[in-house]
Design a protein around this ligand. Structure first.
Ligand code: AMP
Length: 232
């Protein structure tokens, strides 16, 4: 097994971080954590913390660094026992980036920023619908279900995430611009930053990311990898 690496996905909400994570987990057998998913689970619990998290998420704001730290530490306990660990949605601000440095220790961190134009992101997020039963995602703007509001896969009802409503999308994008985007400088200075154009289709984006990870392609600002450092 190759040495473990932490792969961080930056990118606005709707950039395709979740889609690319799913494919990388399948192809490279990496482990992963989506902090958004983990926090949605917490937000479903009828506890003080759960209710606070839900209210914050429904406003499109970031939940507290303390709660996120708890979630990340819980999921990353044995991250070194893998070829790689993908973080989808973490870190989202500088304090969280510092926390990740501490958790990672000597484990290398690679950062991939999936860059997507805001109008594309808005179209993706506002059209997104999720099946209440099987979790499958449809998009009324790009791949509408055969029957309105009904999941093609299992026939259950499709719902819109509360944070995919228009006002909340705008707030999430603002939070991204103000708090998460500055991380591009942080990681560029560390020399582990790579950008990919996420306006293209998911297959093309995946090929670019895979090539970067396996060292088949180099790009300005990428961590000059040799073949034996690849994740494959
Ligand atoms: P996502 O599914 O990644 O778009 O995340 C959905 C929501 O979960 C975000 O809008 C935040 O409210 C919350 N969230 C996810 N990751 C973080 C994080 N690293 N820090 C703070 N809040 C987060």
């Amino acid at each position: 097994m190759t040495e473990c690496r932490i792969l961080v996905f930056l990118g606005a909400p709707g950039a395709g971080k979740g889609t690319q994570t799913t494919r990388l987990v399948r192809e490279f057998r990496m482990k992963h954590l989506s902090t958004g998913e983990a926090l949605r689970q917490k937000a479903g619990e009828d506890t003080l913390l759960g209710n606070q998290a839900r209210e914050t998420m429904e406003r499109g704001e970031l939940v507290s660094d303390e709660l996120v730290a708890e979630v990340v530490r819980e999921y990353m306990t044995d991250f070194r026992n893998s070829t790689g660990f993908i973080l989808d949605g973490f870190p989202r601000n500088l304090a969280q980036a510092e926390l990740l440095e501490e958790i990672a220790g000597k484990t290398p961190i690679w950062v991939i920023n999936i860059q997507v134009d805001e109008e594309v992101v808005i179209k993706r997020l506002s059209g997104r619908r999720q099946c209440m039963e099987c979790g499958r995602i449809s998009n009324v703007n790009f791949s509408p279900p055969r029957q309105e509001d009904v999941c093609d896969a299992c026939g259950a009802k499709l719902v819109q995430r509360p944070d995919d409503l228009p006002d909340v999308i705008q707030r999430r994008l603002q939070v991204y611009r103000e708090q998460t985007k500055p991380l591009t400088d942080f990681y560029t200075k560390k020399g582990c930053y790579f950008e990919v154009d996420g306006n293209q289709n998911a297959d093309t984006v995946f090929k670019r990311i895979s090539a970067h990870l396996t060292g088949e392609e180099s790009s300005a600002g990428s961590p000059n990898l040799s073949a034996d450092q690849s994740l494959a």
